[in-house]
Ligand binder design. Structure first.
Ligand code: AMP
Length: 294
């Protein structure tokens, strides 16, 4: 592992000039910063598989709704740069919002099918913001590989579809969710949890995994009642459940026996929104051209 400090760039022009000088495979990890061990795993995969490894840090305003946490989203640049250095990142692209969305900006990328269910129902415009910024970042960095966490599974499948639909020459790689020892998925938003909420939070993954095991055991029989009792279990413990859904992959269609599927949940714990998911029959994803790593 290299511990040299990465080179930080903040303008598109600098990034473009640099990008033209690169030869070899470029691995890219887009993030909103406030890096944790989940991000580190993406960075180490990028380092392993590419000659050049690039991280972007950009809290993207267009993916936040008007009542969401854009202003208070954690920003920890100095710490992020030392994590990036430890993970062998060569270049960090950290632009300002004005650099990415200059005055009069008016062009958006929108995936229209996979963005609709799950979080799409509760965060209107969120995926349009994600696809827009990721397409722009892909244009600027021009990576061969891009690494995303399966923690945000819908984001990964939406972006995979965007690449396919728009013929973008980027190979998407989905990386398994990194969790705390008690099962809670690492998230930059976990810092918002009070100590009491943090203690309760692992029930989310526990409920998901138990529901997955029951679905597998019963071959999907009585699935609706399994999902209903999982929701009740979470609500009884003080979670406000936005959705708990089981959908077929990769297109969020009806679940088919033994085919890949996604069991996904979104809740509020107090004022903090948490999401998590598990993938069933993940070994079937390569048949759809989808690459994931553990
Ligand atoms: P964010 O900074 O939250 O936008 O996340 C940047 C990338 O890190 C996204 O591809 C996320 O899916 C991924 N990521 C976030 N949390 C985790 C985690 N616990 N495990 C693996 N990847 C993660």
């Amino acid at each position: 592992m290299s511990h040299t400090k990465p080179i930080v760039l903040s303008t598109v022009a600098e990034m473009r000039d640099l990008q033209k000088t690169w030869s070899g495979r470029v691995g890219f990890v887009p993030t909103m910063g406030a890096l944790h061990a989940g991000h580190s795993t993406l960075l180490s995969r990028s380092r392993e598989e590419n000659e050049i490894s690039v991280l972007s840090i950009f809290v993207n305003p267009t993916q936040f709704g008007p009542n969401e946490d854009l202003a208070k989203y954690p920003r920890t640049l100095e710490r992020d740069l030392s994590i990036a250095g430890a993970e062998g990142v060569d270049y960090v692209f950290a632009p300002t919002p004005d650099e990415i969305y200059p005055n009069g900006y008016s062009t958006y990328t929108e995936e229209q099918t996979l963005s609709a269910p799950l979080c799409g129902k509760f965060r209107p415009g969120h995926f349009r913001g994600v696809t827009t910024v990721v397409q722009k970042l892909f244009n600027i960095v021009q990576p061969e590989h891009a690494y995303f966490g399966l923690k945000d599974a819908q984001q990964f499948f939406v972006l995979h579809k965007m690449c396919r639909d728009l013929n973008l020459p980027v190979k998407m790689v989905g990386v398994a969710t990194i969790r705390e020892n008690d099962g809670l998925a690492l998230s930059s938003r976990n810092v918002y949890l009070t100590p009491q909420q943090r203690e309760r939070a692992p029930l989310l993954y526990k409920t998901l995994s138990e529901t997955r095991d029951q679905i597998l055991r019963t071959h999907g029989e009585n699935e609706e009642s399994l999902l209903r009792s999982a929701v009740k279990n979470l609500e009884d413990a003080g979670f406000q459940v936005q959705y708990l859904e089981h959908l077929g992959l990769p297109n969020f269609t009806a679940v088919e026996p033994l085919k890949p599927s996604l069991l996904a949940v979104a809740v509020y714990l107090g004022t903090t929104r948490l999401i998590d998911n598990v993938i069933l029959h993940q070994s079937g994803l390569p048949a759809f051209g989808i690459r994931t790593l553990d």
